[in-house]
Design a protein around this ligand. Structure first.
Ligand SMILES: [Zn+2]
Length: 271
């Protein structure tokens, strides 16, 4: 299906509402709101346009999606134009700066070399003249003992492998793909239950003193629980174990240093 040109698609809401929404978002320093997209995926029914305000608006069909896509694309173009303008201006500022400091930079280096040479000559003539204090600068000289330095890093490392392997520094790191080979996602009971009560409420409880058979099955008929909303003594009519996803290694142990990103649908817009 070929969508209508954006100009022919009727605005889904008052364009002024979009402008004021964008303005308010800038005022509140809001970035793109990913939560809105996630919410849409979780509750597709909410996608129906309910109101005419920008914040509450949801795309209802492909035509409106195309309208939004062209707004998005134009915004991308405007950002690219502004970026190009910035780069051009930055280049001009750099050129101006290089010109502005050219003479001072040469003067600074030349005078620095002269002062350093003078300081070294003074110290050579008089070993106690380590520092020369002038009103506008201080020339400091420092004695350094002879010391070894590494000239060729690769060759020095090769020497160390043969002669002094114990001084070789190693940077340790893990590859996520290797971790995922050894550590798997597993579902683990949390020790909590979701319990539906006869009053109609659902509560979460640890059920410390639940009546159980030998297999651990809870006898629902005997499970009487106080409801926080309705008061005392309501019968449990359904019960399910709460679980969480954990990282478990090949030894069967939970790896506390790792979390599980639940299965999810990701989305992105591309040109
Ligand atoms: Zn209740």
């Amino acid at each position: 299906m070929i969508s209508l040109p954006a100009d022919l698609i009727p605005d889904p809401f008052d364009p002024k509402a979009l402008d004021s929404f964008v303005g308010e978002s800038i005022d509140r320093a809001l970035g793109p709101d990913e939560a809105t997209v996630v919410e849409l995926l979780d509750h597709p029914d909410d996608a129906a346009p309910a109101t005419q305000t920008a914040a509450d608006w949801r795309i209802a069909n492909d035509a409106q999606a195309e309208w939004a896509a062209r707004k998005w694309r134009r915004a991308m173009e405007e950002i690219a134009e502004a970026d190009a303008q910035r780069d051009e201006w930055v280049a001009q500022i750099r050129a101006w700066h290089a010109d502005a400091v050219a003479k001072s930079t040469v003067t600074k280096l030349f005078m620095q070399q002269q002062l350093e040479r003078y300081g070294l000559l003074r110290r050579r003539a008089d070993p106690s003249a380590k520092t020369t204090k002038l009103p506008s600068a201080t020339i400091k000289t420092t004695q350094h003992g002879a010391a070894v330095d590494v000239a060729d890093g690769d060759a020095a490392l090769e020497w160390a492998r043969v002669r002094n392997a114990d001084i070789i520094q190693k940077r340790e790191w893990l590859r996520v793909s290797d971790v995922r080979e050894r550590v798997k996602v597993a579902e683990r009971p949390t020790g909590l239950y979701d319990i539906d009560l006869s009053c109609g409420c659902s509560i979460v409880s640890a059920l410390d003193d639940a009546p159980c058979d030998e297999l651990g099955n809870v006898w629902l008929a005997e499970l009487i629980i106080d409801c926080p909303n309705h008061g005392l003594r309501y019968q449990a009519i359904a019960l399910s174990t709460q679980t969480e996803l954990v990282a478990v290694d090949s030894f069967g142990d939970v790896v506390e240093s790792m979390t599980v990103v639940p299965s999810h649908v990701s989305v992105r817009v591309v040109e």
